[in-house]
Design a protein around this ligand. Sequence first.
Ligand code: 5GP
Ligand code: MG
Length: 192
Amino acid sequence: MIASETSVRINGHEFTQLLSSTKIRRIVQRMGREISEHYKDVKTLHIVVVLSGAAVFAMDLIRELSVPCRLHFIRASSYSGTMNSNGQPEFDIPEMDMQGEHVLVLEDLIDTGTTIIELTKRLKTWRAASLRIAALLAKPEVMSTDVSLAFCGLTIPPVFVVGYGMDFGEMGRELPHIYQLHIAMNEEKQWE
Ligand code: 5GP
Ligand code: MG
């Protein structure tokens, strides 16, 4: 992997910068304020981090919150090293009784929405008083209308991205900026 601030090359694929770490920080700070305001009267906010992609976002976001929170981690995998979702997300969900509690699920990115829709269905068994979703990024052009996103950092076009926790074949998660797959002119033609 060869990385610079403006571009990164992973396994022969060229990515160009979409969001700088400075811009990401501003977005995360704004989300932190919105979430804190929304849950200001809540005693404890139960944060569910969808691993692995949302881990970096979640650890930055919780430090912007002024509401006490507890952390829960759920592993979800649907991309298995490729650039397309295989449509069959798998989860490892602990059994919990969250009656009367408020749950906020943190996702790095909502693409088609399949993962979050399936996860939300499964989390209903926790019987929480409220269950909301916050995502750093969303791709509204491809996202199912069944997704109800309570907090969204930024909407982006349906491009494949890496960095800030998000991977391409388990690579690139440590990058501080977010990069998008660079499509060369001749490749673009083939995709039309
Ligand atoms: P969905 O089920 O909404 O189609 O896909 C959501 C999951 O796939 C997210 O948890 C996210 O981690 C991953 N994902 C979606 N789009 C991208 C992308 O552009 N880049 C990477 N690295 N992961 C993505
Ligand atoms: Mg994810």
